[in-house]
Design a protein around this ligand. Structure first.
Ligand code: TZP
Ligand code: MG
Length: 215
C-alpha cells in the first residue's frame, strides 16, 4: 500500500459533482466523459438514493471509462463504495463517516474531502486525514434541497483564509463567478448544474476551464 499523499490542489480547478436526475437525459457516463474531455479536473459521483450495490456498479463503469484520462473519481458519502469500487477516494459531509476512519480504511493514496459550511465547523476540524475542503454553498441553489445558509464571496474568503487545506467553492456557481472565487482564494469551483443538464456538457466544461485559467 502506498504511504504517500498524491493530491494536488490543481485537481480542484473545475470539479464536477454529478446529479442523477440532472444527468439523466444526456446520460451520466456521457456527461462525465464529456466533462473530462472538456477539462474537468475531478469528478464526484453523488447519488443520495442509489443502493451501495448500484453505486459500486456505476463507479466501476466510470472508472473503466475514465482509466486513460488520469482524472480522479471520488464517491459522495459512502466509504464502503469507494473501498470496493476502485474509486480514488471519498467526499464526506459533516454528518457522514468520521474522516480519520475513512483515511484508515482507504489508505494514504486516497483522496478525502470534507464539506464545511461555517467557521465553527472549520475550527473544530481534525484536518490531518483530509486532502481538501469543499466550502459552501456560496449561493442558494435548487440542486441541494437542504443546504446551509449561503456564504457569499466574503464568507467564502473568510473560510478560505482560515483553512489550512486546499479548498474548492460550491453552490450556485457559473463561469461568470470564477474571478470572485479566485479572489476569495479558493483553488477551484465545484459545480453540478453548470455542467449536468446542459445541452453540451463538454462545451460548458470548456467554458468553465477557460474562465478559471483566465483568473
Ligand atoms: N453542496 C453544497 S451546494 C451543492 C452541494 C452538493 C449543490 C451545488 O449544485 P449547483 O447546481 O452547482 O448549484
Ligand atoms: Mg454527505
Amino acid at each position: 500500500m502506498s504511504t504517500e499523499r498524491l493530491f494536488r490542489r490543481e485537481q480542484l480547478s473545475v470539479y464536477l459533482v454529478t446529479d442523477p436526475a440532472l444527468c439523466a437525459d444526456y446520460g451520466l457516463e456521457r456527461t462525465v466523459m464529456d466533462a473530462v474531455s472538456g477539462g474537468a479536473t475531478l469528478i464526484q459521483l453523488r447519488d443520495k438514493h442509489a443502493t451501495d450495490a448500484e453505486l459500486i456498479d456505476i463507479a466501476r463503469r466510470l472508472k473503466q471509462a475514465m482509466a486513460a484520462t488520469g482524472v480522479p473519481l471520488v464517491i459522495n458519502d459512502r466509504v464502503a463504495v469507494a473501498e470496493v469500487s476502485g474509486a480514488d477516494g471519498v467526499h464526506l459531509g459533516q454528518d457522514d463517516s468520521d474522516v480519520a476512519e475513512a483515511r484508515r480504511r482507504l489508505g494514504d493514496a486516497a483522496i478525502i474531502g470534507l464539506s464545511v459550511q461555517n467557521l465553527q465547523q472549520l475550527n473544530e476540524l481534525d484536518t490531518a486525514p483530509l486532502d481538501y475542503l469543499g466550502l459552501g454553498p456560496v449561493f442558494a441553489t435548487a440542486t441541494k434541497s437542504d443546504h446551509a445558509a449561503p456564504l457569499g464571496f466574503d464568507g467564502l474568503a473568510q473560510l478560505v483564509s482560515a483553512s489550512p487545506l486546499p479548498s474548492v467553492a460550491i453552490g450556485g456557481l457559473k463561469a461568470e463567478h470564477t474571478n470572485q472565487i479566485h479572489q476569495a482564494g479558493a483553488d477551484g469551483l465545484a459545480v453540478v448544474s453548470a455542467i449536468c443538464g446542459q445541452a453540451d456538457p463538454q462545451a460548458a466544461t470548456q467554458a468553465l476551464v477557460k474562465e478559471w485559467k483566465g483568473t
